[in-house]
Ligand binder design. Structure first.
Ligand SMILES: Cc1cc2nc3c(=O)[nH]c(=O)nc-3n(C[C@H](O)[C@H](O)[C@H](O)COP(=O)(O)OP(=O)(O)OC[C@H]3O[C@@H](n4cnc5c(N)ncnc54)[C@H](O)[C@@H]3O)c2cc1C
Length: 345
């Protein structure tokens, strides 16, 4: 990882555990990004049918549907997908075990085969409605206009302040047993969490390994039934606060507790809290769900007409879901544009 990518927000450890438990679902970029892949900077046409902010799996999938529908599309992407530290991606059919970047590079190549789609590497920083168009400004100072805007901007995971955690994220610390559980089946595994979330993980992960412990990093908050059930499944609960995680190149080897006790581990499940990677939809008044995801109608539209969303910022976190919701958003936007034009005649 480069230094900017390592710029990780910290929260207190207790807040992390509390937020992890509450949140039932699931870097800031420095410097100016101005490398243009397809968008011609000299072009005077800066007005598009659709601007897609976020050019990873969900944004590219939407661009495919829109580009093939002859919509004039601009993708703006800052190049920081949430899974960039994970060496191999799993559970997405046809691409199982591939590097995350290889999957998105192939998608980008296929999408940019359509002359209707342009790609611009930059950060979208501000947007406002100007009569019938949205005006979107980027960090490099370029201004674009579009009839509809799709946010495929994903989420930003907030690393807890445990030394070693961030280095292991996506390499030996995972949020998703479906994405990475098979690769560590039968291994010595921990769950970092408390209450319902940790109990849910224990039920799921015990199918993959019997060498399982729960680390609550403070007083456990399981119900008596949950504690009894964990005991019956031979899953010890470790309440001692965690001091650090010992790791080498992201592969954890031990959890070190405040009292100096060391627990050797091969893998750890944890669900850090997160925030929307891009705050523009929130600034424009788009409503959020209780899980801090963008609230959508059945056409992938946010609570603000003309602004749509897809992928992690509004759905279950997986590449399959990102691609599926992206494709649905592309189709919904195309239908809206088609209806508007058709009805004008
Ligand atoms: C560590 C880890 C490992 C994972 N492993 C797997 C796995 O093995 N299998 C699986 O199916 N899923 C996995 N996932 C989940 C999967 O990565 C996500 O579901 C998927 O990346 C979501 O795609 P997305 O397009 O919605 O968002 P992202 O892939 O996060 O992409 C969002 C894009 O929007 C851009 N962006 C954000 N804000 C702006 C802005 N203001 N201007 C311009 N661009 C912006 C970002 O730079 C980024 O490129 C993993 C997730 C994590 C965190």
């Amino acid at each position: 990882m480069t230094n900017p990518e390592r710029k990780i927000q910290a929260i207190t450890r207790r807040k992390f555990i509390v937020q992890s438990t509450i949140l039932s679902s699931a870097l800031s970029i420095s410097g100016t990004l101005m490398s243009f892949t397809r968008f011609d900077q000299e072009s005077t046409n800066r007005t598009f049918d659709v601007i897609i902010v976020g050019g990873s799996y969900s944004g590219l999938s939407a661009a495919m549907a829109l580009g093939r529908s002859l919509r004039n599309v601009l993708i703006i992407d800052s190049g920081l997908p949430c899974n960039r530290q994970t060496p191999h991606s799993h559970n997405f059919i046809t691409q199982d075990g591939e590097k995350p970047k290889d999957i998105s590079d192939l998608a980008k190549k296929q999408v940019l085969n359509y002359k209707t789609v342009s790609y611009h590497q930059d950060v979208a920083v501000k947007m406002q409605k100007k009569s019938s168009l949205f005006e979107l400004s980027t960090r490099s100072g370029t201004v674009f206009f579009a009839k509809k805007v799709l946010f495929a901007t994903g989420l930003k995971d907030i690393m807890p302040p445990i030394p070693g955690f961030a280095e292991c994220w996506g390499i030996s610390i995972f949020h998703c047993p479906y994405c990475h559980g098979y690769e560590v089946k039968g291994h010595k595994t921990g769950i970092l969490g408390n209450g319902n979330l940790a109990f849910h993980y224990a039920q799921l992960v015990s199918n993959l390994t019997s060498r399982l412990s729960v680390f609550t990093d403070g007083k456990a908050s399981f119900s008596p039934d949950q504690s009894q059930s964990l005991g019956k499944n031979n899953i010890p609960i470790v309440e001692q606060p965690i001091k650090s995680i010992l790791q080498h190149n992201g592969q954890l080897s031990d959890i070190i507790l405040q009292d100096g006790t060391t627990y050797p581990l091969d893998a750890l499940y944890a669900r850090p809290s997160f925030e929307q990677h891009c705050r523009i939809p929130i600034e424009l008044g788009c409503e959020l769900t209780e899980q801090h995801l963008l609230k959508l109608d059945r056409h992938q539209q946010t609570s603000v007409p003309g602004i749509y969303a897809c992928g992690d910022n509004s759905a279950f976190r997986s590449i399959t879901t990102a691609v599926s919701t992206g494709s649905q958003a592309g189709a919904a936007i195309n239908m809206a544009l088609s209806t508007e034009t058709f009805n004008l005649k």
